[in-house]
Design a protein around this ligand. Structure first.
Ligand code: HEM
Length: 507
């Protein structure tokens, strides 16, 4: 029954798919041989596989949840087959160590998802490259010019200005119903674009306002990139047909966005080449890329990746935090008390972020329950190697299920209860050394944007909590707020968090 529903839902019963399936039939023999060879390779255990589709029909729209159920049955290191793609999933700190530490060198390559398979720009990728020289150079440039302590300090003015604009907007819209994700996403897009280009990309809009084309483009790219049902990646023979129009779809959006950036880049080049230019004026990340001789394609690719990887994850983190705080009034009160204790008022500056240990505990607790990238970005085995005495063959795709680890009763007492206190007086951190809490990953592929992302999360959260009380529309009871998830490049709420902001009375 499962299989019939899966085939129908994915147009597998349409004439085109019947034809494709016939073609695939000729590969059954090969597949059968492959499955047979499984018995000779010591793969991690896993659920039984169907011919051709393997375990595809069992994965569903929320793979972090379905795979977590499989891990409960088959153990913390399992293997699945999605079409032709072999997948290994780690769901415990020990297996995560095996993948992200012991065998990091062999298991840190990537595959390029259909959405990002753009011939001209993909050789310049940071996220989708194997760990080659290009990848090393790009990470080094980002680390020194975007995420170092010095770079973050030089970005303080921009962060304060963009969060200031967010607060002004919310003050003007007091009493109205607003989409929290939308306003936070706008703030983060503009913060990043001001750091990179020295200008905003989008405007704030209220719940009924028209959406900006740039914001819409980012949503589309993220939507294409988040598609779980990408059959080209399961059956390489189908890859070139772009059956779901994913590659074509993103290419169209990329063209529009890149044309817009090209104008900005050319303007900047003219300024740099003008006689009035002095090197002190070089203050944006674009200047650093131009100084390093980047071509337009290199700039497009890196900037696009920073936008896609940096804005969504950070937005989701802020939204999940506010949702949990609204559900737990007593925790929200403690965060507010901490702010008053630290600062004698609700006002708080960017420089005071490190003095809010209780807020930090709330953020860790939210990372535990709602990791924005629940399976990490897929890794790929560059060579065959062994993890926990099992063989991981070359070209296996690898997930680390952070979501499953965050809810594992063997690791956390009352794992489904939101309880920031568990992190008070605990040394557990999210910086990649404690393998039970890895929202940014660990090892060579670990998120390079951690310092920037966490600064934004802490500053936006504390600023919003300082200035406003939050209520749900129609007097709904916040303690009953639903917490349904939608899997994607960053895991979001399924139902947007609509909030009414009300300015706090001065303390
Ligand atoms: C709360 C915010 C964030 C979270 C939770 C987060 C999480 C992650 C995770 C889990 C990965 C994949 C690690 C792996 O595959 O092993 C990743 C990769 C990456 N992140 Fe972040 N991230 C955040 C913010 C940012 C920001 C602000 C930027 C940049 C502006 C950024 C840029 C990147 C890049 C470029 C990669 C790819 C690194 C590589 O493949 O070598 N992230 N992030």
């Amino acid at each position: 029954m499962d299989v019939i529903v899966f085939l129908r839902d994915n147009n597998f019963l349409s004439p085109f798919f019947v034809l494709s399936t016939s073609l695939l039939f000729f590969f059954i023999v090969k597949q059968t041989r492959l499955l047979h060879s499984k018995s000779t390779i010591n793969l991690p255990p896993g659920p039984p596989q169907m011919p051709i589709i393997g375990n595809l029909h069992q994965v569903g729209d929320n793979p972090h949840v379905s795979i977590s159920k499989m891990a409960k049955k088959f153990g913390p290191l399992i293997s699945l087959r999605l079409g032709k793609q072999l997948l290994v999933v780690a769901s415990s700190p020990e297996t995560a160590i095996g993948i992200l530490k012991t065998q990091d060198r062999h298991l840190s390559s990537r595959t390029v998802p259909a959405a990002f398979q753009q011939e001209a720009i993909i050789p310049h990728s940071l996220i989708w490259s194997e760990c080659n020289q290009t990848w090393k150079n790009l990470r080094t440039l980002c680390r020194t010019e975007m995420f170092s302590t010095k770079a973050l300090e030089s970005q303080s003015r921009i962060r304060e200005e963009k969060v200031g604009q967010l607060l002004d907007f919310l003050r003007r819209k007091q009493g109205q119903v607003l989409d929290l994700e939308d306003v936070v996403f706008t703030t983060l897009l503009n913060t990043l674009s001001s750091i990179i280009f020295g200008k905003d990309m989008v405007q704030f809009s209220d719940a009924h306002g028209s959406r900006d084309w740039f914001k819409e483009s980012m949503h589309k790219i993220i939507e294409y990139g988040s598609r779980v049902k990408d059959f080209g990646s399961f059956y390489p023979i189908l890859e070139r047909f772009d059956l779901h129009g994913i590659t074509k779809g993103t290419m169209k959006v990329f063209e529009k966005v890149f044309a817009y950036w090209e104008v900005i880049i050319e303007e900047r080049k003219c300024l740099i080449n003008s006689p009035t230019w002095s090197s002190e004026q070089a203050q944006y990340f674009l200047d650093r890329m131009l100084e390093n001789g980047f071509s337009s394609n290199q700039i497009y690719q890196l900037v696009m990746e920073l936008f896609v990887a940096g804005t969504n994850t950070t937005t989701s983190t802020v939204v999940w935090n506010i949702a949990e705080l609204m559900r737990h009034k007593e925790v929200m009160s403690k965060v507010e008390e901490e702010m008053i204790r630290v600062n004698n008022s609700y006002q708080i500056a960017l420089s005071q972020q490190s003095k809010l240990p209780y807020l930090e505990a709330c953020i860790k607790e939210t990372f535990r329950l709602h990791p924005p990238v629940p399976l990490l970005l897929p890794h790929l085995a560059a060579d065959t190697c062994e993890v926990m005495n099992y063989t991981i063959p070359k070209n296996t795709k690898i997930f680390v299920n952070l979501w499953a680890m965050g809810r594992d009763p063997k690791l956390w007492s009352n794992p489904l209860t939101y309880n920031p206190e568990r992190f008070i007086d605990s040394k557990l951190d999210f910086k990649g050394h404690d393998f039970e809490l890895l929202p940014f990953g660990s090892g060579r592929r670990m998120c390079p944007g951690l310092p920037s992302g966490i600064k934004s999360v802490e500053f936006i959260l504390s600023s919003l909590i300082c200035e406003f009380d939050f209520a749900l529309p129609n007097g709904e009871d916040a303690s009953k707020l639903d917490m349904e998830e939608k899997f994607g490049i960053a895991m979001k709420r399924k139902n947007p968090l609509k909030v009414i902001f009300k300015e706090k009375q001065p303390y």
